[in-house]
Design a protein around this ligand. Structure first.
Ligand code: HBI
Ligand code: FE
Length: 279
């Protein structure tokens, strides 16, 4: 998700792609009253589809977060309500943004315990597939785990890693792969079997089932260097999912590692293929 924020959007509607009101840190007011009945109905459709799946497929920490947030099944959530829950659990909050924002700003928000959530919602014709984040992806997919102290701490450390990545050739690409595979498309092993925690999967009906049930994709144990070297698909289900043993494993691997030597060693090499199987 690294398009320039000013990229024109095909079909402007409401606040979609409207950066004109954004402040210096790219935040806007959520302006909840502006959502139409049809937009709330789209939320309700998406929410009902995913709620029916997550009990079976999502990680217990994600389900705990969904319960703690107590978001409405029928209306787009008010960010202020989620913020009361987040403040009490991990001290995070969400801020409203018009869409993708520049990397540096994105990293800075995370480092400051602010998660940017896109304000607009997709159209009915786009229920199953969207290239850019909307409020359903950002809120339903990302916000629940921000109630988990270890995962939230990892997200902060991720934001703090931004400046060094931006300053090193190939660094941003490598750091972005960590986000892609471990925040958007991560799986985790539990006592009850493999579960999903990645936001890109859990906001997609098709990939929630595919990532766990399909014999096609590779499911590889988490390996920091391999993750940061592996190319990814943005237009199809993933060829490889990386599997955590615990969120502590992710936090420890990242918090205790200086990424700079990795950037220097691998940053300018071609990536490993998305479906690469190590020799
Ligand atoms: N902006 N709103 C938003 N959401 C993202 O997930 C996002 C972004 N800007 C940059 C970005 N992601 C990526 O470059 C990072 O994940 C590396
Ligand atoms: Fe996302």
């Amino acid at each position: 998700m690294v398009q320039p924020p000013s990229a024109p959007v095909n079909q402007p509607q409401g606040l979609r792609g409207d950066y004109s009101r954004a402040t210096e840190d790219y935040t806007v007011a959520q302006d909840w009253e502006r959502y139409t009945a049809d937009e709330h109905a789209i939320w309700a459709t998406l929410y009902a589809r995913q709620i029916a799946l997550i009990e079976r497929y999502a990680a217990p920490e994600f389900l705990d977060g969904v319960r703690a947030l107590g978001a409405s099944a029928t209306q787009i959530p008010r960010f202020a309500d989620a913020n009361r829950v987040l403040q009490e659990t991990t001290g995070w909050r969400i801020v409203a943004v018009p869409g993708l924002i520049p990397e540096q700003t994105f990293f800075d928000h995370l480092a400051q315990l602010r998660f940017p959530v896109t304000v607009w919602i997709r159209r009915r014709e786009e229920l199953d597939y969207l290239v850019e984040p909307d409020v359903f992806h950002d809120f339903f997919g990302h916000v629940p785990l921000l109630t988990n102290p270890i995962f939230a701490r990892f997200m902060q450390a991720y934001g703090e890693a931004g400046p060094k990545a931006l300053a090193t050739p190939g660094g941003l690409r490598m750091l972005a792969r960590l986000y892609w595979y471990m925040v958007e498309f991560g799986l985790i092993r539990t006592g009850a079997g493999l579960r999903v925690y990645g936001a890109g999967i859990l906001s997609s009906k098709g990939e929630t089932v595919y990532s766990i049930e399909s014999p096609e994709p590779q499911r590889a144990p988490f390996d920091l260097v391999r993750v940061m070297r592996t190319d990814y698909r943005i237009d199809d289900f993933q060829r490889t999912y990386f599997v955590l043993d615990s969120f502590e494993q992710l936090f420890e691997a990242c918090y205790n590692t200086d990424f700079a030597p990795m950037y220097r060693r691998y940053g300018e090499l071609p990536p490993l293929a998305a479906d690469a199987r190590p020799a």
